[in-house]
Design a binder for this molecule. Sequence first.
Ligand SMILES: N=c1c2ncn([C@@H]3O[C@H](COP(=O)(O)OP(=O)(O)OP(=O)(O)O)[C@@H](O)[C@H]3O)c2ncn1[C@@H]1O[C@H](COP(=O)(O)O)[C@@H](O)[C@H]1O
Length: 95
Amino acid sequence: MDEKILREVYNVLESRRDSPIDSYTSNIMKDSDKKAEDKILEKIAEECGETIIASKNDENLVYESVDLIFHTLLLLVYKGVEFDEILEEFDRRRK
Ligand SMILES: N=c1c2ncn([C@@H]3O[C@H](COP(=O)(O)OP(=O)(O)OP(=O)(O)O)[C@@H](O)[C@H]3O)c2ncn1[C@@H]1O[C@H](COP(=O)(O)O)[C@@H](O)[C@H]1O
């Protein structure tokens, strides 16, 4: 297991965006009745709340944090951000 997994998941999300199938992420990105971006942002807000609760309760913190990180990555994919842009930003911030 190594950090390549994040890039691999990101690539899968890009493929779900560009070649939609009947799946959670394809469906949320092509959500018609509610603007896809709003739906993803709604999930980020929901997962943020669940992460706060998980931290306060010292329970499921990794599970809920991964839900939050995942939905943030989903937003970035939906908005057309390249994975390398995220890595470059983290690199820029290193002291
Ligand atoms: N990493 C994830 C991932 N994490 C969370 N989720 C989904 O995000 C949704 C979260 O919604 P909910 O919070 O309601 O679900 P929940 O967390 O089980 O329930 P709560 O306790 O939060 O209420 C669930 O449907 C999860 O399945 C994910 N769905 C997909 N991925 C990755 O994205 C790829 C593409 O996914 P699909 O397009 O669905 O094949 C997959 O191969 C995975 O690698």
